[in-house]
Write a protein that binds this ligand. Sequence first.
Ligand code: ZN
Length: 473
Amino acid sequence: MIKVYNTLAEKKEEFIPLEKNRIKMYVCGPTVYDDAHIGHARSAIVFDVIRRWFEHRGYEVTFVRNYTDVDDKIIKRANEKGVTWKEVAEKYIKSFEEDMKALNVKEPTVKPKVTEHISEIIEMVKGLIEKGHAYEADGDVYFAVETFPEYGKLSKRKIDELMAGARIAPEEKKRNPLDFALWKKSKEGEPAWDSPWSKGRPGWHIECSAMSMKYLGETMDIHGGGLDLIFPHHENEIAQSESYTGKTFVRYWMHNGFVMVNSEKMSKSLGNFFTIKEILEKFSPDVLRFFLISTHYRSPIDFSFERLREAKAAFERIKNFLNTRTIIENIPQIDSEGSPIDVEKYINSFNEAMDDDFNTAKALGVLFEMVKEANILKDRAVKEQKISLNEKESLLKAAAFIKATMKTLGFKLKEERTANDMEDKLIKLLIDIRQKLRKEKNFKLADEIRDELKEMGIVLEDLPGGTVYRKGD
Ligand code: ZN
């Protein structure tokens, strides 16, 4: 039995899908106006691991992740850069897909774009107006929040309390400060589509309702996203979807915690963020994944390079054990009962942790315990050069389980080259070439290589044993 923390119920619940063995899952995707940062990586990896675990447990998962490819931020970016909004969206969709591929995030079943679902969105807005849940005001269409008495049920806010703090901005034509735009009339030069109300574009919230319903039906099993999406985005998705269909929109709402830097949320607006590409220049995708799932998905994560280095060391402890397979196989076997490790016990604890709301932090802890015990046994056997059959079998079984499990969690376990390794190789290649030039008495070119490298902050030192380099001068 898998237990899932449901934000709506504010507790863990037994997970029972609508259809036996099938799961319909939607995760809010990025607004594509810039390179994705670690906050995006966390959401992507958290829901990737959840999906992979469900699949491992025998479910067939239909996974939808959208692209918000028309939005005020995209338009603003385009104006700043002097390019079209479409060029901005396409560029950052491509960038996001590169990141997801590098991070080994499984391809969604569908990746709908807002701009390709305008007619579905218009259809839904029309329906909401007909049912009396939305109204037109000078080309804009707003959802009337007071027509949905359950408003606030996800974020646990009360309409009257929200009202107290809400204001209507001068350019808005809504009746009630809590009402939100379903359709926005476009200004001159902005992207616009024909609609019964104006040449305009959809509001943000309606897109996720329209696209998720198209691919997953009126009721889905899981809707996920970052904690910051609960209000107003997901609250509004519920209001408009349930008003439209009269049915439950989502059965389990799942939200991942923030990535923090120095106790502040990492975000574009605070400028304290690192892009996925920046991190992958220094650390492998496996290390980043390991770092991000070492904390339970609902808890905040403190990000720092120091913590990434620690994650790297921890990840390597596990990988090193997997690399000792041949050593274990070559230890001479003896004919006595040894004391094997209880692999089953670890497997059960691991599965229990994962089934309990995807507690990857605890599950990785189980793997560490297992590696620790296995290493003690292996080291003893290597030292004594003898091992009994059941001990050897337990070690090999442990290694096989850990390897398969890491794959299930989405690790590639390949030797990966970071840009740093690459740089190291390139510098060594230049050093070799310079050596050859010097042998051929081509000192001019050899010195040129040395000087150019120095310009880049890479200093070569000719020592008796050969040339070494250091950085940072
Ligand atoms: Zn969304």
